[in-house]
Design a protein around this ligand. Sequence first.
Ligand code: ZN
Length: 379
Amino acid sequence: MNKNLKRQYIRYGTKKERKDAVDTEAFAVHLLTIADSYRTSDIHILPEQKHYDIYFRLNGQMEKQYYLDRDEGTRIISYFKFLSNMDVGEKRRPQSGGMTFQLSDKAIDCRFSTISNYQLQESLVIRLLKQKEEENQSPGIFFTHEWNKLEQLVQSKAGLLLFSGPVDSGKTTSMYHLIKNRTSGEKQQVITVEDPVEIEEKTFLQTQVNETAGVTYEHLLKSSLRHHPDVIIVGEIRDEETARMVIRGALTGHLIVASIHAKNAAGVIARMQELGVSTSLLKQTLIGVAFQTLLPLYCALCEANCQTYCTHYARGRKRLALFEVMSAKELESITENKGSEREPESILVKREFNHLLEKVFMNGFINEKTYKRYYISNA
Ligand SMILES: [Zn+2]
């Protein structure tokens, strides 16, 4: 950590307090080093009645890693709050912050957020942003058919390609990979608009939202369009304004690849309409929709989803991506049917995603619990 910050942090207090501060720092470094080596996406420091538990999210599941007594827990949370410029004394209001943490051999970018329960016990979540080395790893996939379809779609000169899927389903990795493949061997300008930038990619112009500095999605998108890039990657379509600009970009000859929150591929259409995009504009711009999930692999050695320490599936390969991809033609049947009956779209979705999920299950790649968990029900 930054030497000045460290000095500032341990300068005050009694001898015991100073010792605790040093212990806290050592533990913080240890915690982040271990978390990074496990490739966890986030660390949760959660209060229990009389102590704190620390969990890592590994392969999509929360795994308990550490037990801290109440003082230790409070101290480590205060420490991270201090480092990431949050108000250490403030416990009522949820806060967020970020910082780059220097470990012995590398720097990792972290995002922090706190929230308190009604008893004013704070919990802290640390998000570890993806590191450089992971970016070169192609996403592990179940079916090449869908992936090939996506590779074809990103060859389009212009249009809108939308991704959806749960949090931590690898959407960014997929978008980056597809665009990187498209642009390999020739100079094309790719601009990304994200909050935050998760994967570093030298060949892209990566921009990041900074609300406190007044740099919003809208601003960045507007200036990106003025740059006339070949491709724009948009981290998330969150509101009507971004939806409108994404459509404008697609209409004016850019390929826009964006993610949007929706329960399934068909839900993407509904969400865009909800954000004020008309069916005819969608028809003119949308070239495809992908819905992506990462499924934990069943391991015969673990007799469960493959665990962190098991070597049967390599770390970072304990989950594979399942895609549902719909091209413009397939999407047409959805947009056509929209407004009259909801029935046809749900039948379509059921056949597509659930059918593939079932195939994965029947082949023994995932267990029944996973199958049931990811099955998209009609409700
Ligand atoms: Zn295993």
